[in-house]
Design a binder for this molecule. Structure first.
Ligand code: ZN
Length: 102
């Protein structure tokens, strides 16, 4: 994913509307690209921060954003593990059926 694509995806990411593999590429890119991380931070501030400014709480944007990025990666990984687990289960059942048939 290049910078243009990544920045195009920022709004979708903040609304949690990216699909798994796109979200993973997105997170990988912002972690390795300061420019896009900066852009994401600004957009995050605009979408999240402004609505909370009236509460006057200290907003640790960098930390919140990191947590959001981590959550995305964890969710994508879990989905992959689930798929791998199902595949393993299916092949086990299949071999039981095949062995049982002989
Ligand atoms: Zn970039």
């Amino acid at each position: 994913m290049d910078c243009k694509e990544t920045q195009h995806c920022i709004h979708l990411f903040l609304r949690d509307e990216l699909d798994g593999s796109t979200a993973q590429k997105f997170v990988e890119h912002v972690h390795s690209c300061n420019e896009c991380m900066e852009e994401l931070t600004i957009e995050y501030l605009l979408s999240e921060g402004m609505s909370r400014l009236e509460n006057a709480d200290d907003i640790d944007v960098q930390k919140e954003l990191e947590e959001m990025l981590d959550r995305t990666i964890i969710r994508v990984r879990r989905k992959k593990q689930l798929k791998a687990g199902l595949f393993l289960l299916a092949s086990m059942i299949l071999s039981i059926i095949l062995l049982g048939g002989t």
